[in-house]
Write a new protein. Structure first.
Length: 296
């Protein structure tokens, strides 16, 4: 009898522990504007992952927000702003959001605002002031494992940064309704609205004309891609960029569907065109058919 009771007690303990662990792994935390955003991120990550909810308003950072695996960062749309503390805004040279290795990350419904000088004659060379920077290892086009995997971006806006979004060494990137503009006003031809390098299984999709776009880079491209494999872009608005609308090199299986490019190459760079690919591998279909939205 005693043995049976002990067994039952132990079974109940294990069941309760399992329930607590499962609840912890699906933590949801609301981070008020008055709280430290990095501390909120750490708290969700320490719980095993979950959702970090941001309020409408502006979150001011003193240091880069280090993103964590298994965490969804979600706001209320463009009214949820992440930017630099005004005390350091004109001197800081670092990404707003960053990671060097991460799995199962989602960022939705937020606006990132950098503090680069956007005047046409600006000499602001803070090249590390990136909106979202995933600086991960691995080149999937060379058969290497990537350090960042399963990245979802939805309704993310970035402006006034060196690169709006810069992702290196990643697999399974799905980005819907990105609004990236006025990024790249630093060294010409190196910084853009979005720069993807060494990335596999990419889907860039815009659901409607007014739901996003890649536009108004003062010195860069709308989209820059290098060493990419298995890429699908659909219904994107790409316009008013100083350089190429889309500029790629060393890419495999890139499918472009129903893209809308206009008024790019505003710098009058010789040889500039709306879409260009160069290098030893340019496997690009500029008139690809539509694909199912949930395809990977």
């Amino acid at each position: 009898m005693i043995t049976a009771i002990r067994f039952l007690s132990w079974t109940l303990f294990l069941a309760l522990a399992s329930c607590i662990a499962n609840a912890t792994a699906a933590a949801t935390l609301a981070c008020p504007l008055t709280h430290d955003l990095s501390a909120c991120m750490e708290q969700v990550a320490a719980a095993g992952g979950g959702t970090l909810r941001l309020a409408p308003g502006t979150y001011f950072l003193n240091n880069s927000l280090i993103l964590k695996s298994n965490v969804t960062l979600t706001g209320a749309g463009p009214t949820t702003v992440i930017t630099w503390n005004p005390a350091i805004a004109r001197t800081v040279n670092a990404p707003l959001l960053t990671a060097t290795a991460i799995d199962h990350l989602a960022i939705t419904d937020v606006k990132l605002i950098g503090t680069l000088d956007q005047r046409p004659d600006s000499q602001d060379l803070r090249t590390d002031q990136i909106g979202l920077f995933l600086n991960c290892a691995g080149d999937p086009t060379a058969g290497e494992k990537t350090g960042c995997n399963d990245i979802t971006l939805n309704n993310v806006e970035v402006e006034n940064s060196s690169d709006g979004i810069h992702i290196k060494g990643a697999s399974h990137l799905r980005a819907t309704d990105l609004k990236l503009h006025n990024n790249g006003n630093t060294q010409k031809d190196y910084f853009h609205n979005i720069y993807l390098r060494r990335v596999a299984d990419v889907r860039l999709i815009q659901t409607a004309k007014n739901r996003g776009g890649f536009y108004a880079s003062p010195r860069g491209h709308g989209i820059r891609g290098s060493h990419l494999i298995n890429v699908y872009m659909s219904n994107l608005e790409i316009y008013d960029n100083a350089d190429y609308g889309i500029h790629m090199d060393s890419v495999f299986n890139v499918r472009l569907h129903d893209l809308h490019l206009s008024h790019n190459c505003l710098s009058n760079k010789p040889g500039c065109v709306a879409i260009k690919c160069y290098g030893p591998q340019c496997d690009v279909n500029e008139h690809a058919p539509a694909e199912e939205d949930n395809a990977r």
